[in-house]
Design a protein around this ligand. Structure first.
Ligand code: MEV
Length: 438
């Protein structure tokens, strides 16, 4: 049945649930039981989660796993990862161990600039607008000082504001394009508050600017909002070793592995169909850490994919080369992350994840997240160019299949053993469990 309701948000949680289960579920009692099963028994903790968003009816769990042995710039980390995909944490751990034995990951933050824009319409002469902007630029910054004071004390704040003429794209369209340094905060609220103040000052000052005609004075602010595209908030992560040190076992020669690996990366550099999947593998690692540390994975995703298309074609985020017998694999990626503000001080598991990472600064977190992406990509390409992806993937997926068959602990133990030496497919597991139960 489809139904609409007014005033839903004003109902109590239990009334909301009653309406949902009675309106949409054939077995209302069962639906209610499932929703309640996921509540926390600690009322205060549950209330905290209820209040993150509106209309909370229950919690949606994801596993929080950890991948140890990440050696980054000589320091060891155990990285927290919140993700549902079976093979991701295992792959990250394997790649971490592989590179720990070969010198670890080297990382560097290249830049940390964030961007925000006031989009506005102006009907008049650009040169006069430019003169007006030059006249009031310092006032724009000064009138935002009540917002920037604390950030400035810590070494951040507004870096610059530019006037941009966008009339070639849309008649009458201009921007105040501002750059910011937000230190350990992701900075969305800070940037948006600054932008809204710029817009207010800009509009008011225009009314008093003598160089404008009556029509020019009437600047129309369309919107003021940060940009999640931060190509100048960049971090680089890299691994490298002598080709012969890539040796793991006799299944493939290190030279052959290095060449195949590089071919796989080159394919992702030129072929968008492959690049999307290649980058998806990178985001398996990145999103999991971003989520575990309470950051906004939608913002990160949107930015990263725009960055992957910056040259006009969607392409690989990672690159590889062999030079003078040295294999190097690296990623350069924009990541606007925060380790203060937002959920970081609220969600108990986010706080725990940040403590696990030794309370990193935003810059340090950028490096850890980039490493998680590179490691994930290395693990995927290593499997793809050697054994194929399904062997490892299905091994990790085995538990999900067993759970689909409601396997008991004893059955799980027997079948996990069995599939150590047999290929995991859905039908092979079905057959094995049937045999076992007979
Ligand atoms: C699966 O989640 C990710 C991979 O498809 C990535 C890749 O193909 O590189 C394995």
């Amino acid at each position: 049945m489809c139904a609409s309701i007014s005033g839903f948000s004003k109902l109590s949680k239990s009334k909301k649930i009653d309406w949902i289960v009675e309106t949409y579920f054939s077995n209302a009692e069962d639906a209610k039981r499932i929703l309640k099963q996921y509540w926390n028994t600690n009322d205060k903790l549950q209330q905290l989660h209820d209040e993150f968003i509106e209309n909370t009816i229950t919690n949606y769990y994801l596993p929080l796993g950890v991948a140890p042995n990440f050696l980054i710039n000589g320091k060891l980390y155990t990285i927290p990862m919140a993700i549902e995909e079976s093979s991701v944490v295992a792959a990250a751990s394997k790649a971490a161990k592989f590179w720990m034995d070969r010198g670890g990951f080297k990382t560097e933050v290249i830049s940390t600039t964030k961007i925000g824009q006031v989009h506005f319409m102006f009907q008049g002469d650009f040169e006069t607008l430019q003169r007006f902007f030059n006249d009031i630029k310092s006032k724009l910054i000064q009138e935002a000082s009540h917002i920037t004071k604390n950030m400035q004390k810590r070494g951040g704040g507004i870096l610059d504001i530019e006037l941009r003429n966008k009339t070639q794209d849309i008649q009458g369209y201009y921007q105040l394009h501002a750059s910011f340094e937000t230190l350990d905060a992701m900075g969305a609220n800070f940037i948006n508050s600054c932008l809204e103040q710029f817009a207010k000052t800009f509009k008011n000052e225009a009314l008093n600017f003598e160089g404008f005609s009556a029509e020019e004075k009437n600047i129309q602010i369309v919107m003021s909002i940060l940009s999640n595209y931060v190509p100048d908030c960049l971090v680089r992560a890299e691994v490298s070793c002598k080709i012969e040190d890539l040796y793991e076992d006799d299944s493939i020669l290190p030279e052959e592995f290095a060449l195949k690996f590089i071919q796989a990366v080159k394919i992702a550099e030129v072929e968008p169909y492959r690049a999307v999947t290649h980058n998806k593998g990178i985001m398996n690692g990145i999103d999991a850490v971003v989520l575990a540390t309470g950051n906004d994975f939608r913002a990160i995703e949107a930015c990263v994919h725009a960055y992957a298309s910056r040259n006009g074609t969607y392409s690989s985020l990672s690159h590889a080369k062999i030079e003078d017998g040295i294999f190097t694999f690296w990623i350069e990626i924009p990541l606007a992350l925060g380790t203060v503000g937002g959920l970081t001080g609220l969600h108990p598991l986010v706080k725990l994840s940040l403590e696990l990472l030794h309370h990193p600064s935003a810059k340090e977190l950028m490096q850890i997240v980039a490493v998680a992406g590179l490691a994930q990509n290395f693990a995927a390409l290593k499997s793809l160019t050697t054994t194929g992806i399904q062997q490892g993937h299905m091994k990790m997926h085995l538990m999900n299949i067993l759970n689909q068959f409601n396997a008991t602990d004893a059955e799980k133990s027997t079948l996990t053993n069995h599939f150590k030496t047999n290929t995991v497919t859905h039908s092979a597991v079905a057959e094995a469990i049937e045999k076992l139960r007979m």
